[in-house]
Design a protein around this ligand. Structure first.
Ligand code: AP5
Ligand code: MG
Length: 217
């Protein structure tokens, strides 16, 4: 099973990933998480990536495609994987096709910008796993603490308003071409493309995704 999640920042890609990967027992490949891991290495490339993420800009296609390629070669991807936040450009989408990966589902999350800003301002994450919470909409069982590891939650550095605006702008620049690309692939290949209303409660969205995935398997 190969699934792609598209959507602007804060539309719930990370939140919904967790349930999908459990359902299919496949790994979540979040390019944002991989890039944040590269930053932790504190080498030359990590420092370069840090500046790009902090400003809410896109990392170059070559770097991101290479990171994804290295990740999907690993044994745990043998039965499929979920791509969260990749592709983000048409070049990245074409790269997946070039690798010959057969995508089963593309789900695009749609949320208006004002709600995105509310969500991102209240987001807290568990840096090790990428688990995402919201102080009001999706609070952890204990304030500021990850439900599973009991470690502290943090605010992401790129969740400041200026970076979020750049992230939204980059999304808007690329999404039309991406959706056109996958609508076309839907006609040519056995791929299913769905737009998901991301404004509903996480549990409702989860149920809707479950129906989509089960009906069309
Ligand atoms: P990345 O980490 O992927 O960030 P993003 O795409 O901006 O998306 P987010 O993680 O912010 O949002 P999300 O959709 O996962 O929402 P979440 O579930 O957390 O990428 C970071 C950066 O890395 C990019 O800006 C770029 O620089 C670089 N990068 C990454 N991939 C790249 C690529 N392919 N090419 C180039 N550069 C790349 O939810 C958000 C909040 O809302 C949470 O608090 C959550 O609890 C809450 N919430 C979720 N669902 C609901 C709901 N239904 N109702 C109420 N609250 C909800
Ligand atoms: Mg995310």
């Amino acid at each position: 099973m190969h699934i792609i999640l598209l959507g602007a920042p804060g539309t719930g890609k990370g939140t919904q990933s967790k349930f999908i990967i459990e359902k299919y027992q496949i790994p979540q490949i979040s390019t944002g998480d991989i890039l944040r891991d590269s930053i932790k290495l504190k080498n030359k490339i990590g420092k370069k990536i840090y500046k790009i993420l902090k400003n809410g800009q896109l990392v170059s296609d070559d770097i991101v495609c290479n990171l994804v390629y290295e990740r999907i070669k690993k044994a745990d991807c043998a039965n499929g994987f979920l791509l969260d936040g990749f592709p983000r450009t048409i070049k990245q989408a074409k790269y997946i096709s070039y690798l010959g990966i057969k995508i089963n589902f593309v789900l695009e999350f749609i949320v208006p910008d004002d709600l995105i800003l509310k969500r991102i301002s209240g987001r807290r994450i568990h840096p090790e796993s990428g688990r995402s919470y919201h102080i009001y909409f999706n609070p952890p069982k204990e304030e500021g603490i990850d439900d599973i590891t009991k470690e502290k939650l943090i605010t992401r550095e790129d969740d400041k308003i200026k970076s979020v605006k750049n992230r939204l702008e980059n999304h808007k620049k690329n999404i039309d071409l991406l959706t056109k690309y996958y609508l076309n692939q839907e006609k040519l290949k056995n791929l299913k493309f769905f737009k998901i209303d991301g404004t509903e409660k996480p549990e409702i969205i989860q149920k809707k995704i479950k129906i989509i995935l089960e009906k069309k398997e």
